[in-house]
Design a protein around this ligand. Structure first.
Ligand code: AMP
Length: 357
């Protein structure tokens, strides 16, 4: 694909805060965004050149996107396969491609891919019935984390079991859907690497972030994380293997567990810009949103080195009411998503607290 020149239009499936920040980055590069999201008042709608309000599988909406856009990308992984197939059938490039999205949509396929690509994970087994879940727990040593194979996010659709019997009960409690049964990761810290692959195959990984979750939702990321050179090298190697293995184009977030000896396991791949990469907006030479737009538009990737130390904190629900005090703090860069309703636990904004490296 020849690089999309300024003035071109990029389609985005999904108009949440990630779509909004992608649209803002695209605008800086002279590119327009056409967002497809069924929600009329979605966060991206007020900063995008065009917004098609329709379901993701709507054939007319997808045809409108294909007609207007040089490339279509996504801001969430659970895009219906039919939407991607329809776009591909209409001849518009989709980045990342359908295979990367399919792999990231299924936790068993994802971990199978990762191990095949030489990216280590916890031991795991698929289960499609309560007895299978019990057997898997037995094989994996009793205490296991059971997650639905598909559609879990922010800690939803998963629960711990302490024994084979409990594993069978957890299987039923999760709705009797196909699951992955995972051995526990005895991690010291949770880290992530945000990396990009361009159309030309170039790969660039940002410095690592250290992440703290509360109730299954990311609360805080600190970057660059203090890691040993060996851990940094392993993260960069994992990023390269994953992106090359998926023939990936765009930015991906790779969630990692750091073991006590500094070795890394991959927890999961987010085939999109990632919450733990928001620090790059105020602490890296290129931010993850511009990097993604550059990659999918066929532009060269930007430089990824850290330019500042950042502590990124998500503002959930009515915490967004702190905006006035945060706006008055010279160390803080505030990013508000324009959501009208501050429902409990909803990601409303984030703040990057910046200090020198
Ligand atoms: P996930 O939905 O896979 O991102 O998991 C959500 C959170 O659960 C992770 O950020 C970890 O804190 C924890 N977690 C996930 N998988 C494991 C595991 N195999 N062992 C221990 N903790 C885990």
């Amino acid at each position: 694909m020849t690089p999309l020149p300024p003035g071109s239009t990029i389609g985005i499936l999904g108009g949440g805060q990630l779509g909004r920040m992608l649209a803002l980055a695209a605008a800086r590069l002279g590119l327009d965004v056409m967002v497809l999201d069924p929600e009329p008042d979605c966060p991206a709608s007020r900063v995008s050149a065009r917004h098609v309000v329709a379901p993701y599988e709507d054939p007319e909406a997808l045809a409108a996107l294909a007609a207007a856009c040089g490339v279509v990308t996504v801001e969430f992984e659970n895009v219906p396969a039919l939407a991607l197939e329809t776009l591909a059938g209409l001849g518009v490039p989709v980045a990342p491609g359908p295979r990367a999205l399919a792999v990231a949509q299924d936790r068993v396929d994802e971990k199978t891919f990762l191990n095949g690509a030489g990216a280590p994970t916890v031991a795991f087994a698929p289960a499609a019935s309560a007895p299978e879940a019990a057997r898997a727990a037995e094989v994996l040593g009793g205490r296991v984390l059971i997650k639905t194979r598909r559609e879990g996010y922010d800690g939803k659709g998963q629960a711990w079991a302490r024994s084979a019997d409990e594993a069978a009960a957890v299987f039923d409690a999760l709705g009797g859907r196909p699951v992955i049964v995972e051995a526990p990761a005895a991690f010291r810290r949770e880290l992530s690497v945000i990396a990009a692959r361009g159309r030309d195959g170039a790969v660039a990984a940002f410095p690592l972030a250290e992440n703290v979750h509360e109730n299954g939702i990311l609360r805080r990321s600190t970057a660059p994380a203090a890691v040993s050179p060996a851990t940094a090298r392993q993260a960069a190697e994992i990023a390269r293997r994953v992106l090359e293995g998926l023939d990936y184009v765009g930015v991906a977030g790779i969630e990692l567990f750091e073991l006590p000896d500094g070795a890394l396991l991959v927890n999961e791949i987010a085939p999109r810009v990632h919450n733990s990469g928001h620090w790059t907006q105020d602490g890296a030479a290129t931010d993850q949103f511009e990097q993604h737009i550059r990659a999918v538009a066929g532009w060269p990737l930007g430089p990824v080195e850290a330019t500042a130390r950042v502590e990124m904190t998500n503002l959930l629900g009515d915490e967004v009411g702190q905006w006035r005090a945060l706006a008055a703090d010279p160390a803080c860069r505030l990013h508000l998503y324009g959501k009208r309703e501050a429902r409990a636990g909803r990601k409303m904004a984030h703040v990057n607290r910046v200090s020198p490296l």
